[in-house]
Ligand binder design. Structure first.
Ligand code: ADP
Ligand code: X15
Length: 404
């Protein structure tokens, strides 16, 4: 697949460039960014545009607000951190395509950066609305997608917007190119045994990916919030744990398919349960068959850590997406941190993906030991399934084009 890099674009001083980034970073209850990797990784593209004295308008989402303004999901802390990292002011708009954003964009000087408010404050973003995409495209003569983490979503600022740019006016940013090249190489010839470790809370988004991933891997470990849909499918009581009831059939299908393909499939054998979703909850350790009504599973227990450690010991390639528990709370962080240590000490290729998983690896102090830390969780799973990501397909250049 041929993609333009920012260097292929005929950019000159004063050009207006619209850049889609994935600044969906973890933020704690005090409003502090706990892992700024997604911001740091976007710097090469932004700096390249600054070196070319362009006017830069950046868009991103943060979390999943329901199509309306919500201070909790404001990108203001991101503007502050980006400003610090770039060592220059980043102008923050108070809306997305409203009067404030439009006025600040039209007053932008060469070499200045404007960050729009969370694109998901507008309900048209996740609907891939063409009218909204057109309004966004009016911010830039050129479009660059550097948001690998959200490129598996056909959303307006990722997919529909590309329809307003011709082949010489759109490109993949340096981060997006780096991620895609890494995963294509990994997929071509994975060193075996290849083990996928999956967890987290985005059950509906990621569960379907597992069935397509099965033929590619030798073993699959499922932990975190994802595990309870499988345990319930097997007929066990999961109390108030995170479950997607309408995916129970899908979970059964995945386990049957793993058996048919000879892929070893592992679930937690013990669970850390709590009487409420809180740091001051009462906590108990139980086997996977003994979760009582009214309790919820918030971490994997020590026996699961030992089991998963055994499963991982001979792995030559490990792909990890999704924490094993609610790692943000001390009481439920142990399973995730221990699995992070197990993966870190493996001698094979260790690939970690996802905003929260990368944050957890950093908190566990294991980031230096990993082969590659991807900024995308769901996006990397879909790439490994062999799917074309909509945000990337929309940038594809057909035929021979020389834009400079
Ligand atoms: N058992 C669980 N119950 C509820 N939430 C969980 C559980 N295990 C993990 N999580 C949550 O999953 C979230 C991360 O999931 P996800 O977004 O899929 O990962 P990533 O961002 O790495 O792709 C974290 O906020 C974590 O607290
Ligand atoms: O954090 C993200 O994905 P990830 O949790 O799969 O890494 C991306 O920012 C996409 O967010 P979304 O899953 O709300 O579309």
């Amino acid at each position: 697949m041929k993609l333009n890099s920012p260097k292929d674009l005929p950019l000159k001083k004063g050009d207006r460039v619209f850049v889609r980034c994935d600044f969906n970073v973890p933020i704690d209850e005090f409003g502090n960014i706990t892992d700024d990797r997604r911001i740091r990784m976007a710097l090469p593209t932004i700096k390249y545009l600054l070196d070319n004295e362009c006017k830069i308008v950046i868009a991103s989402h943060l979390g999943r607000p329901k199509g309306e303004f919500n201070e909790k999901y404001s990108l203001k802390p991101v503007a502050k951190r980006l400003s610090h990292l770039l060592k220059q002011d980043v102008i923050m708009a108070n809306d997305v395509v409203g009067p404030d954003a439009k006025s600040k964009a039209s007053n932008l000087k060469d070499g200045e950066v404007l960050l729009l408010e969370n694109v998901r404050f507008d309900s048209r973003e996740t609907k891939n609305d063409e009218g909204f995409a057109k309004e966004l495209s009016e911010f830039g003569d050129f479009y660059i997608n550097d948001a690998f983490g959200v490129s598996h979503r056909a959303h307006a600022s990722v997919e529909a917007i590309t329809r307003f740019y011709n082949e010489c006016h759109k490109a993949a940013g340096f981060l997006l190119l780096k991620e895609i090249n890494f995963f294509y190489k990994l997929l071509k010839n994975p060193v075996r045994p290849f083990v996928a470790v999956v967890g987290g809370s985005k059950v509906s988004g990621k569960l379907q990916a597992l069935i397509n991933l099965l033929p590619k891997v030798d073993k699959m470990i499922v932990g975190g919030g994802m595990a309870f849909t499988f345990l319930k499918a097997m007929g066990y009581n999961v109390g108030n744990s995170l479950v997607e009831d309408d995916l129970i059939d899908e979970a059964l299908k995945i386990m049957a398919e793993a058996k048919r393909l000879g892929v070893k499939f592992y679930l937690p054998v013990d669970i850390v349960i709590a009487d409420k979703f809180s740091e001051d909850a009462i906590v108990k350790y139980v086997t996977y068959q003994e979760i009582p009504d009214g309790w919820m599973g918030l971490d994997i227990g020590p026996a699961s850590v030992r089991l998963f450690g055994e499963v991982l010991w001979d792995a030559q390639t490990i792909l990890w997406n999704g924490p094993m528990g609610v790692y943000e709370m001390d009481k439920f962080s142990r399973g995730t941190f221990k699995i992070s240590h197990e993966i870190a000490r493996s001698h094979g290729i260790k690939v970690v993906g996802g905003g929260d998983t990368a944050d957890a690896v950093q908190r566990a102090g294991d980031d230096e030991e990993m082969t590659f830390i991807s900024t995308g969780g769901g996006a990397s799973l879909e790439l490994l399934e062999g799917k074309k990501l909509p945000g990337v397909a929309a940038l594809e250049i057909l035929g021979e084009v020389n834009c400079k």
